[in-house]
Write a protein that binds this ligand. Structure first.
Ligand code: GCB
Length: 641
C-alpha cells in the first residue's frame, strides 16, 4: 500500500492532535492527582474525638502528664498564606505569646485582630513514655484550631470554650524536640456559636459580636501532653442517688483495649467500700451502695475518693482517681431541690475576664473569685455565656458552690436563613455533647443552660411571639433539650429568656430562667415602676408554667466611685437600690427559686455607645475585684441568718 503525501500529512495532523489530547488528559490527570493529594492532606486533619475528653489528664503510677503552657511562638496570618507556605514546618519571624492567654491583650496592636494566627512550641517527650499512648490536649482554642506535629497534620476542632485532644503516639520523634504547631482562627461569622460578624442588631458594636462581651481569642487554656497505658479507661461516668440515709453510686466505665475486669474503691467518712466489675465489649457498669452516706451539701461539700483500676488477673494495668459527691438534684413546681430539700440560689452571672489575661486561665483570679463568692454569701453562679476552665469546676465541687453550666449559645436568632440556623443547631448539639462529656461528674453542676437570650429576630427589643412559636425555632430548642436529657437524666436543664422575649421557648425548661432590666434598660431611673413590672411578670410566668422561676440576670451599670443623694443611674447608690428592690420582690414569691445579680465583676466588651470605655460596668466588684457599695449590701443580706 502506497501512502500519498496528502494522506501522510493527514496522518501527521491526527498524531499531533492525539498527542495534544493526550497532553490535555495528562494535564487533567496530573491536576486530578494533585487535587486528590491536597484534599487527602486536608482529610488528614482528623476531627477531634469527643471520647478523648472525658477524663482530665492525671499523673499517677500508670499515667503521666506534662503541662506545656508557657511562652510560645506566635505569628499573625492576616493574608491566610500560612498553610500554602507551610508554616507548620517552623514559624519564622514570630513573636512571643503566653499560653494560656488571649492574644488580644498581649500586644498593643492586636486587640481587635479577629483572624488567623499561628502558635508553635517545641518540646522533648520523655523516653520513659515510650511504651504508652500519648495524647496532646488543649483546654480550648477560640474559635477553630488545626494542629500539626512535626509538620504532619494531626487534627482540627471548632468551638471556642471546650477541650479537645488527639492521640499523637505514632507521630512522635524520640530524642529530639517535637514541634507542635497550632493554627487558631477566630473570624466572627453568623453560622458560629456564638454568632458574630453581623452588622446592626442589639449590640451594634465593634468588633461585630452578637453578644455583650469582648471576643477574646487564642489558646486561652492550658495545653497538656499526657499518657495512658495501652489498655486504658477512656471514660468514667458517675451518677448518684439517695434513698433514706443511703447513697447509691452508679459507675459506668468505658475502656479501650483488651482488659476484661476492673476494681472499684470508694473511700470516705472513715470507711472503704470495694467492688469489682467486668466488661461487656468496651463498657462496664457497677453500683456501689453507701449506707449512711455523707452527702455533698452547700455547707458541707463532702467528697469521696473514688479509685478505679483495670485488672489483668491480680495485676493492675490502669488507674484513675477522682473526687465524687453523693447528692441529688430535682425540681418541684416551686423549688429546686438539693438532696430533696429546697435550695434558693444566691449568686451571679459571671465572665472569664481579667486585664491582660483576657479570657486566659488565671488561677489566682479563680481562687480570688471563690473567696469573694464565699465572703459575700453566694452559693451559686452561672458560667455565662460559655463553659469555664475546668479549675472553676473543681473549685466549685470543693467549695460547695452550685453551677448553672452554659454552652456558648448566646446571641442565637431565627431569621429566614434555614441553612445558618441548622449549622448553629448542629454546633450547639456538639457543644452539649462536649460539655456533658467534660463536666458530667461534677456534683456542683446542677443545671445545663442551653442558650442565653435567643431572639426571634435580630435588631430590636420588640420581639414578636409569632415567629418564636414557629416550628423551626421550637424544634431547634426541643432538639437541644432532647440531646441533653438523653446524655444526662440526673440534672435540670434550661434556656435563659430575654426581657420582652417570647414565652414559648421558656416552657421547655425545668426552671423558668429570665434576665430582667426594668428600671435600667426600660423605666430608666424609675426603680419603683420597674419593680412593679417585675412583680406582675413573675406572677404571669408562674401561672403560665407552674414551674419554679429564677432571675438569672438583673443589674445596673455602676461607675465605681460615682455617688449621689438622690436616685441616679450609674451611681453606686442606684445599684444598691435596684438590687434591693428586685430581691424584695423575689422574697414575696414562694415560687422564685434563685436570684443571680448581673454581674459578678465589671468586664470588657466590644465598643458601642452603651458600653463606656468598652466595658460593661454592672459588676458588684470592679474588674480588679474591689467591692462596690452593692457588694457590702449583698453581703449583709446574703449572710444574714
Ligand atoms: C443581658 C445579657 C448579658 C449582658 C447584659 C447587659 O441580658 O445576657 O450578656 O451583658 O444583658 O448588661 O446588658
Amino acid at each position: 500500500m502506497t501512502t500519498s503525501i496528502s494522506e501522510y500529512f493527514i496522518h501527521l495532523v491526527r498524531v499531533i492532535l492525539n498527542l495534544l489530547t493526550m497532553k490535555k488528559y495528562l494535564l487533567f490527570t496530573l491536576a486530578y492527582f494533585a487535587c486528590a493529594f491536597f484534599s487527602l492532606r486536608a482529610q488528614n486533619f482528623k476531627k477531634a474525638d469527643i471520647r478523648d475528653i472525658g477524663l482530665f489528664p492525671q499523673q499517677n503510677d500508670f499515667r503521666n502528664t506534662l503541662n506545656i503552657s508557657g511562652i510560645w511562638k506566635f505569628k499573625k496570618d492576616s493574608l491566610g498564606v500560612g498553610e500554602k507556605e507551610h508554616w507548620e514546618n517552623g514559624l519564622s519571624e514570630s513573636i512571643p505569646i503566653a499560653v494560656p492567654g488571649s492574644w488580644n491583650e498581649q500586644y498593643e496592636n492586636i486587640r481587635d485582630y479577629m483572624d488567623i494566627a499561628w502558635y508553635e512550641q517545641n518540646t522533648f517527650i520523655p523516653e520513659s513514655w515510650k511504651s504508652q499512648k500519648i495524647f496532646l490536649r488543649f483546654g480550648s482554642a477560640n474559635y477553630a484550631a488545626k494542629v500539626w506535629l512535626n509538620g504532619k497534620p494531626i487534627g482540627f476542632h471548632e468551638g471556642g470554650h471546650l477541650p479537645f485532644a488527639f492521640e499523637i503516639t505514632n507521630e512522635i520523634i524520640w530524642g529530639t524536640p517535637n514541634r507542635i504547631t497550632v493554627q487558631v482562627e477566630n473570624i466572627l461569622k453568623p453560622n458560629r456559636v456564638p454568632p458574630g460578624g453581623l452588622a446592626g442588631g442589639m449590640f451594634s458594636n465593634n468588633p461585630p459580636t452578637n453578644y455583650d462581651f469582648f471576643p477574646y481569642c487564642g489558646l486561652e487554656r492550658p495545653v497538656w501532653l499526657y499518657t495512658v497505658p495501652q489498655n486504658y479507661m477512656s471514660d468514667i461516668t458517675v451518677k448518684t442517688s439517695i434513698r433514706d440515709n443511703n447513697g447509691s453510686v452508679l459507675i459506668n466505665v468505658r475502656k479501650e483495649g483488651i482488659s476484661k475486669q476492673g476494681k472499684i474503691k470508694l473511700e470516705g467518712d472513715g470507711k472503704v467500700i470495694e467492688s469489682s466489675f467486668s466488661f461487656t465489649k468496651n463498657d462496664a457498669t457497677a453500683t456501689v451502695n453507701v449506707p449512711g452516706a455523707h452527702l455533698w451539701n452547700l455547707n458541707d461539700p463532702y467528697l469521696y475518693k473514688l479509685t478505679i483500676t483495670l485488672q489483668e488477673g491480680k495485676k493492675t494495668t490502669d488507674r484513675y482517681i477522682m473526687d465524687i459527691g453523693i447528692r441529688t438534684v430535682s425540681v418541684t413546681d416551686k423549688h429546686i431541690l438539693l438532696n430533696g430539700k429546697p435550695v434558693f440560689l444566691k449568686g451571679f452571672g459571671k465572665h472569664e475576664d481579667f486585664a491582660v489575661f483576657g479570657k486566659g486561665t488565671a488561677p489566682p483570679v479563680i481562687v480570688k473569685d471563690y473567696s469573694l463568692l464565699k465572703w459575700i454569701g453566694a452559693n451559686s453562679y452561672r458560667t455565662s455565656h460559655y463553659p469555664y476552665d475546668e479549675e472553676y469546676m473543681n473549685m466549685a465541687d470543693k467549695e460547695g458552690i452550685l453551677i448553672i453550666d452554659e454552652i456558648p449559645a448566646v446571641g442565637l436568632y431565627f431569621d429566614n436563613n434555614l441553612q445558618l440556623i441548622n449549622e448553629r443547631k448542629e454546633t450547639c448539639k456538639q457543644q452539649i455533647h462536649e460539655l456533658v462529656a467534660r463536666d458530667k461528674n461534677h456534683p456542683s453542676v446542677i443545671m445545663w443552660s442551653l442558650a442565653n437570650e435567643p431572639v426571634a429576630s435580630r435588631g430590636s427589643f420588640n420581639l414578636s411571639n409569632k415567629s418564636a412559636s414557629d416550628s423551626v425555632s421550637l424544634n431547634f430548642f426541643r432538639e437541644l433539650f432532647q440531646t441533653v436529657k438523653t446524655l444526662d437524666d440526673t440534672r435540670l436543664s434550661t434556656i435563659v429568656g430575654l426581657q420582652n422575649g417570647p414565652d414559648e421557648w421558656l416552657g421547655l425548661s425545668d426552671v423558668i430562667c429570665i434576665n430582667r432590666y426594668y428600671g435600667w434598660y426600660t423605666q430608666n431611673g424609675d426603680i419603683a415602676t420597674g419593680a412593679k413590672k417585675l412583680d406582675a411578670e413573675l406572677d404571669h410566668l408562674y401561672s403560665t408554667f407552674h414551674k419554679p422561676v429564677m432571675l438569672t440576670e438583673f443589674g445596673t451599670d455602676t461607675y465605681p466611685g460615682m455617688h449621689d443623694f438622690q436616685s441616679e443611674m450609674f451611681t453606686e447608690e442606684y445599684q444598691v437600690q435596684f438590687i434591693k428592690a428586685y430581691l424584695d420582690v423575689a422574697d414575696s414569691k414562694d415560687f422564685v427559686t434563685g436570684m443571680h445579680v448581673w454581674a459578678f465583676a465589671d468586664f470588657k466588651t466590644a465598643q458601642g455607645v452603651i458600653r463606656f470605655g468598652g466595658m460593661n460596668w454592672k459588676g458588684v466588684f470592679t474588674r480588679d475585684r474591689k467591692p462596690k457599695a452593692a457588694a457590702f449590701y449583698l453581703r449583709s443580706r446574703w449572710t444574714r441568718q
